[in-house]
Design a protein around this ligand. Structure first.
Ligand code: FES
Ligand code: FE2
Length: 325
């Protein structure tokens, strides 16, 4: 995993006040809860006393009580009370577990995976979406998150994997695509056409006025949007669980229809379409070997794969600069 990054790790609605949640993210087992002010607390899910799972405990006045011997943890992961030693006995500072910096924003819970002093800014989000309504779902894929991301950067697969849905029309010839990279954001402009048997694909630099083309965007480390139109977007967050597992949060966002009932209907249709399309992807991506991609891995790539190549290059650069943990 690329270090020193904000990662979407959970849908905000999944963490209810008064409930302890155990999740595995970024190779870590985590215990999450909300304190009295609704702030999200996140600490390692393993008691420093004798290793019990803290998420099986309970929330006491905004702190977490271990289910085994009642050690009480605050949101910094520090034990503040050891009942067997007496409530008034000070607790040595060595009684602690790692805690993680969390933000609850844009309907997601984000975790800073990195050094505390490097965490200067807020996570990037496609901010215009905050004014859209949405419906969504999550799905678990048994692949490293790099494979799940690359699937959404893949403009070549559309007429094959999605022949019956978004890939109708047999547009197998891939012009370009044009790929731009700016501030950790890859934007790629798609110009697939039906093959008349006489044409060769245009190179990216032969495509004029590409900004008017249909485009998609990926922002490191793990969010993506399909810019269907100014008022309709498909969004995905690819959440790393561990080296071989990913949770994908898909949302269908729209700002076209605001009348309550119609809005609900449109969002529902958008969500169902997204489920069908993602299932088509999943069937194939889960068969890819290896489960994790890399810049140098012996795959024979083609010009149409340029968004994937750009992703691999930049991922490699970030891993070299920030570390892979
Ligand atoms: S294992 Fe948690 S208090 Fe003993
Ligand atoms: Fe797809």
């Amino acid at each position: 995993m690329i270090y020193n990054q904000w990662y979407v790790i959970l849908d905000s609605k999944e963490l209810k006040k008064g409930k302890l949640l155990r999740i595995r993210r970024l190779n870590l087992d985590l215990a999450l809860w909300r304190d009295q002010d609704n702030n999200v607390c996140c600490i390692a899910d393993k008691c420093c006393h004798r290793g019990a799972s803290l998420s099986c405990g309970k929330i006491v006045n905004g702190n977490l009580e271990c289910p085994f011997h009642g050690f009480l943890y605050n949101k910094s992961g520090q034990v503040t009370c050891i009942p067997a030693n007496g409530r008034n006995t000070a607790v040595p500072s060595a009684f602690n577990v790692p805690s993680y910096h969390i933000l609850d924003a844009h309907g997601f819970i984000w975790m800073w995976w990195g050094d505390v002093d490097k965490n200067e800014k807020e996570p990037f989000f496609f901010k215009e979406l905050d004014n859209f309504s949405w419906s969504g779902f999550k799905d678990h894929w048994n692949v490293h998150y790099s494979r799940a991301i690359e699937n959404q950067l893949d403009v070549v697969h559309v007429p094959f994997v999605h022949k019956t849905t978004i890939g109708r029309g047999n547009k197998t010839l891939v012009n370009g695509p044009v790929v731009t990279m700016e501030d950790e954001m890859i934007t790629f402009y798609v110009n697939n056409v039906a093959d008349d048997g006489k044409s060769v694909p245009l190179k990216a630099d032969e495509i004029k006025n590409y900004t008017s083309l249909f485009h998609l965007q990926f922002h490191f480390p793990n969010i993506w949007q399909n810019f269907i139109s100014e008022k309709i977007r498909a969004f995905a967050a690819f959440v790393p669980v561990d080296e071989e597992n990913t949770v994908i949060y898909i949302r269908y966002y729209q700002n076209l229809i605001k009348i309550p009932l119609l809005k609900g209907l449109m969002n529902f249709i958008g969500k169902v379409s997204s489920i069908i399309i993602l299932r088509q992807d999943k069937r194939v991506v889960l068969t890819q070997i290896p489960k994790k991609s890399a810049l140098k891995m012996g795959e024979r790539l083609i010009p149409g794969d340029s968004p994937i190549i750009e992703y691999r290059k930049h991922r490699e650069a970030l891993l070299a600069a920030s570390g892979d943990r």
